[in-house]
Ligand binder design. Structure first.
Ligand SMILES: *[C@@H]1O[C@H](CO)[C@@H](O)[C@H](O)[C@H]1NC(C)=O
Ligand SMILES: *[C@@H]1O[C@H](CO)[C@@H](O)[C@H](O)[C@H]1NC(C)=O
Ligand SMILES: *[C@@H]1O[C@H](CO)[C@@H](O)[C@H](O)[C@H]1NC(C)=O
Length: 420
């Protein structure tokens, strides 16, 4: 649609990469910057979910907020106001959001000993177009964004260059993000935003406890997957929406990563209740309620190993959430450049999340080997059907990833002793 118009701005939002591992316990400290984008995050999820296909979902709300923050930095007038309103920044003094985003990302990056989070932001400019030095300076300051000039006319070479960069910042998990078709001679600016996360569960699963197991999808079909198992102290709670809409009671399990700042929450409806009936009740305050009300206790956990990956064209979704101006000829990006006719033509995010048994070296597994459900002494979380998940920073409330698993990794049941 932007083909015959002027200079598209290519906003590339790149992803989350995540190799996850296991759970533990935690302590909740209320400090520092508090993320205010939870509402926006949940609305994004609801839009993605409303697309209607029954597939897995994974995306990084924080990464989207950062990319929009980068655009906002160069936006004026309606272009700026729409972003502020949609993301939730209107409640802050104008301009404060950049400092907040900066603080949120550094709060996430500081615990290097326990997990790795990398925000790799970069801005690619068309050679020959001049950008405001002030903008470039602020991009570096708030987003540590790398700035490079490229010739978008050489679209294949540019795609390759950016893909390399992305691959390099995601431990090679995200490859081939872009192709030559993503650029053309009208492209003037590409924003690439990559997030990489690798954490180790505080309580790791023992690989020897992993078994082939049936996973029942919401359409009633079954697939074979690798189910991890452990029994350990986690944060756990049973919640009810009060209306039976979500099938009555559902379970929330919170599994911390080492260091305990980051954790993954698994939200699981009852076996016979499709995830689709739980999704509508998910709201920002509810995320907070779950986090505040789960209690530390021993839990038996059955969780599939899973890998979810998704490339999302966010343009349409953002338009639905009220960010439309930056994609039109009326876009005012005059804070970036004095060039006219600059607008955003594309926003792409690719996310990758992998959940496995292990984390860092030297796992101190506490799981017992038992797949028989003889005595159920503790609450049991049996994720053998679709569930919703959130990976967040408990100190700031930032949501690094959000999504759902409708189909985990499917394995061929050949050489497993459980199969026949
Ligand atoms: C970010 O951190 C700096 C330094 O601690 C602080 O001065 C500033 O007020 C913080 N910004 C926001 C929006 O919290
Ligand atoms: C990837 O990272 C390595 C090591 O940090 C660096 O030497 C190399 O130049 C990077 N490649 C690209 C394409 O950025
Ligand atoms: C890009 O190519 C078009 C024609 O394909 C040309 O008109 C334009 O000047 C080129 N732009 C640059 C920056 O080289």
């Amino acid at each position: 649609m932007s083909i015959m118009v002027p200079p598209p701005l290519l906003l590339l939002l790149l992803p989350p990469l995540l190799a996850v591992l296991l759970p533990g316990d935690s302590c909740r400290a209320a400090d520092i910057p508090e993320d205010i984008t939870a509402e926006f995050s949940v609305r994004l999820y609801q839009r993605l979910q409303a697309r209607g296909d029954q597939g897995n979902i994974v995306f990084s709300p924080l990464s989207v907020a950062l990319a929009l923050g980068m655009v906002e930095l160069g936006a004026r007038g309606d272009s700026r106001d729409e972003i502020r309103r949609a993301v939730g920044f209107s409640q802050l003094l104008p301009g404060t959001e950049f400092s907040l985003l900066q603080n949120l990302t550094s709060a996430l990056s500081e615990d290097e000993a326990h997990y790795v989070v990398r925000f790799a932001n970069s801005l690619y400019l068309q050679e020959g177009v001049s950008f405001s030095p002030e903008f470039v300076h602020l991009m570096r300051k708030f987003f540590r964004a790398k700035v490079e000039t490229v010739d978008f006319n050489k679209s294949a070479a540019v795609a390759e260059q950016i893909n390399h960069w992305v691959e390099n910042h995601t431990e090679s998990k995200i490859r081939e993000l872009l192709s030559a078709d993503d650029f053309n001679s009208l492209t003037r600016l590409a924003l690439v935003n990559a997030v990489y996360f690798r954490g180790s569960w505080k309580n790791q699963f023992r690989p020897e406890n992993t078994r082939t197991f049936s996973f029942s999808r919401d359409d009633g079909s079954e697939v074979q997957t690798l189910m991890m198992y452990q029994q350990a102290d986690f944060y756990y709670g049973e919640f009810s929406d009060g209306s039976q809409e979500a099938g009555g009671v559902y379970q929330v399990l919170e599994m911390p990563y080492e260091g305990e700042d980051m954790s993954m929450m698994i939200i699981l409806p009852r076996q016979e209740v499709p995830l689709a009936s739980l999704e509508p009740i998910i709201k920002a305050p509810l995320l907070e309620e779950w986090a505040n009300n789960v209690k530390r206790q021993k839990v038996e956990v059955y969780l599939p190993k899973f890998k979810v990956e998704q490339r999302i064209d966010l343009k349409e979704v953002l338009q639905e959430l009220g960010v439309g101006n930056i994609f039109t000829n009326n876009a005012d990006l005059s804070g970036m450049t004095d060039g006219k006719d600059l607008f955003v033509s594309k926003v792409v995010q690719k996310a990758y999340l992998e959940v496995t048994e292990e984390g860092a070296e030297g796992a101190a597994g506490s799981g017992m080997i038992a797949l028989t459900r003889t005595l159920v002494l503790y609450p049991q979380v049996m994720a053998d059907h679709p569930f919703f998940f959130v990976i967040r920073n408990q100190r700031t409330g930032s949501i690094l990833f959000m999504g759902r698993v409708m189909t985990p990794e499917v394995v061929e049941p050949i050489d497993d002793f459980d199969s026949i």
